[in-house]
Write a protein that binds this ligand. Sequence first.
Ligand code: MN
Length: 276
Amino acid sequence: MGRVRATNQDDFGAGDDLFVLADGMGGHRGGEVASAEAVAGVLGSFDERTRVGLARAVDRANQAVFGRAAGDVDLFGMGTTLCALALVRSEGGDVLAVANVGDSRVYRYGQGRLTQVSDDHSLVADLVRAGDLTEEEAARHPQRNILTRALGIESALSVDTWELPVRADDRYLLCSDGLFNEIDDDRIAALLAGPNNPELTAASLVRAAVDAGGHDNVTALVVDVDAAPSAQEPWSLPDVKVEQSSEGAARAARRWEGPLEQPFLSMLARLGRRRR
Ligand code: MN
């Protein structure tokens, strides 16, 4: 929960070689409902073990969150980030698929190096990519909560996905922004290099972020790769991620009426700008 918030709007879950994390937003109980619905949605609808199948499961989760937000005045305007990691089939054999929407993150730690796999969909991440902010400034920026993409806001959703080689002894971290806004990459890498037990490692990451301030909910999900296919490819982050537009993109986007929280107004304004 951290030191400041009165509720925990983060959620996470695991299935059969499938790991999901979400960070919800919205007034009343909206944030908690959105993240729980999104995690359950992916766990419950991942029925095709491919990269595309993972993106489709995220799309279905978006439809579930969106539908629930539209049908309940207390939940109206809720949304959530979501990131997921799964073992999937590819042409060349088993690979890891990563999916992301929003500003929760997926990192890979292997051979002593930490690599951020996912790209944040947030206002501050856009500013960092444009060279207008440093990572350190972004972590303290008053508008760091403004997302440019989230589940539950529109029927249409674009999901980033990657395929990564499976390497034995690699460690993956899925985390909410409450972790990386409190402790930097060097600290995260040092803690991931710690105990072999992923549960203890996750607990130490959360403890470090809470001790460093705990301004937000903090969630860390640590996944160890125990075994890999015999042919070991060197690990590298693919140059190109796939951005898959949802099945929902074909449906007419719903018009928003009534009051929305400021972050969502800003987010929708940005989405509107992009569409022009
Ligand atoms: Mn958060």
